[in-house]
Design a protein around this ligand. Structure first.
Ligand SMILES: NC(=O)c1ccc[n+]([C@@H]2O[C@H](COP(=O)([O-])OP(=O)(O)OC[C@H]3O[C@@H](n4cnc5c(N)ncnc54)[C@H](O)[C@@H]3O)[C@@H](O)[C@H]2O)c1
Ligand SMILES: O=C(O)C(=O)C[C@@H](O)[C@H](O)[C@H](O)COP(=O)(O)O
Ligand SMILES: [Zn+2]
Length: 382
């Protein structure tokens, strides 16, 4: 872990992927430099900005102004906010709008928004004319620390999370920390789950720093920028070594086998945001690791305590409408987990903990102990 930044220093994190390497630029106010940076990267380019209605209200005009100041022609495509847009219908809408805007092979798609817009616009760019470059301008905490980096793009199927997609790296990421000032507190907290994930999975010193400083991240200032830069550095390192998740990248999926099943069980709705599912999933992964004797109960409790302190849900019973059919049913959750992309020859893979700060990939996990564990958790009092 490096020392916290001074508030005003923009920081560059390099995603070292050879001829597809790119910069993540992090700092207050860096959105204003978007046009200049795009013009330097792709002289003469035309762009289409894909965003959602809420983000458009706050941040579309400054984005377009920055592009216009550098003489970059642009069009806008605005989708509905939330997972409802990360669908076949959302993809059709964005793809047809990009075609109508005559975005050519050498033009650029700009994803201005949270993880939904980033995944959706990135996937549309990946398939448009068999591949157009794109820039990520992440506007949620979750997108700034995780989804804008690493090139996983895609949409959901009603049967599971991100089941259709492509690896397609952005050519630039501009993370302006000032845009987070308009994010709702619940969405900010949900994004914080992925920040904590980087500590829990690979950096005990960062986790310990988060335990002491998390409230400053919520307030803003240098702690926020430090948390974003540290998460991006961790992700950039993993992605540069294992871009397509043939090995260690799977560790970034800590909490997601449970979390994605819970998102599917709640219909990808506002009952459970992605980051909230990750918080519950990460707690379950820690508790399951303890049940298997890989870590002590106190370490699992340490993970849960921190997430609770950050205001996140950690128990299945914390999900709105928990008692509804499907969610309170271990077999239904097992069936959803069977669609996880880490499944190999029908066997589940879990990311488990050997310590706080050390996640490992557990392959060929037998379903019976997982089902028993879920039954135990589901039986707990609300
Ligand atoms: N590709 C990846 O590596 C990766 C990583 C993590 C998560 N994800 C995906 O990301 C998605 C979750 O992303 P998310 O949490 O950003 O959700 P999101 O994109 O739905 O954004 C959350 C909400 O906040 C609003 N919002 C975003 N920025 C705002 C701002 N600056 N001001 C005001 N409102 C703002 C949006 O309109 C939306 O309603 C999930 O679909 C998840 O699967 C992908
Ligand atoms: O970048 C990755 O790799 C991750 O696993 C990051 C996750 O936070 C993210 O939610 C990702 O979209 C999940 O990947 P998936 O392959 O399980 O869909
Ligand atoms: Zn995630």
């Amino acid at each position: 872990m490096t020392a916290p930044l001074k508030h005003s220093d923009p920081v560059n994190v390099d995603v070292a992927l050879g001829d597809r390497a790119y910069d993540i630029v992090i700092g207050r106010g860096v959105l204003a430099s978007l046009g200049e940076r795009v013009a330097a990267l792709r002289p003469g380019v035309r762009t289409a900005v894909v965003t959602d209605r809420t983000v458009a209200k706050y941040w579309l005009e400054p984005t377009e102004a920055s592009l216009a100041a550098s003489g970059i022609p642009t069009s806008r495509i605005v989708v509905e906010e939330g997972e409802i847009s990360k669908t076949y219908a959302g993809l059709e809408k964005v793809s047809e709008a990009l075609i109508a805007a005559k975005i050519e092979r050498n033009d650029l798609v700009i994803a201005l928004g949270g993880g939904v817009v980033g995944d959706l616009a990135g996937f549309a760019a990946a398939i448009l004319r068999r591949g157009v470059d794109f820039v990520q301008v992440p506007t949620s905490l979750l997108a700034q620390v995780d989804s804008s980096v690493g090139g996983k793009t895609g949409i959901n199927s009603p049967q599971g999370k991100n089941l259709l997609g492509a690896f397609h790296q952005p050519v630039l990421v501009i993370a302006d920390t000032a845009v987070l000032d308009t994010l709702s507190p619940r969405q900010f907290r949900a994004g914080y789950a992925e920040v904590a994930k980087y500590g829990v999975l690979g950096d005990e010193a960062f986790f310990s720093w988060l335990e002491k400083n998390h409230s400053d991240i919520f307030k803003g200032g240098s702690a926020r920028e430090h948390a974003i830069a540290t998460s991006c550095r961790a992700k950039a390192g993993v992605v540069s070594r294992d871009e397509r998740e043939t090995g260690e990248r799977a560790r970034l999926n800590l909490g997601h086998t449970f979390g994605h099943a819970l998102e599917a069980a709640t219909g990808f709705s506002d009952r459970l945001f992605h980051g909230e599912g990750v918080a519950i999933g990460m707690t379950l992964a820690a508790q399951f690791s303890a049940k298997l004797g890989m870590i002590g109960e106190t370490e699992a409790a340490r993970v849960e305590r921190h997430l609770i302190e950050a205001g996140l849900p950690t128990r299945l019973q914390d999900i709105a409408g928990f008692a509804q059919e499907g969610l309170a049913d271990a077999d239904a959750l097992m069936a959803l987990m069977a669609q996880d992309k880490k499944v190999k020859r029908g066997k589940l893979t879990f990311i488990l903990l050997e310590a706080v700060g050390r996640a490992v990939i557990a392959k060929d996990v037998e379903p019976a102990p997982v089902r028993d564990f879920l039954k135990e958790k589901l039986a707990q009092k609300a």
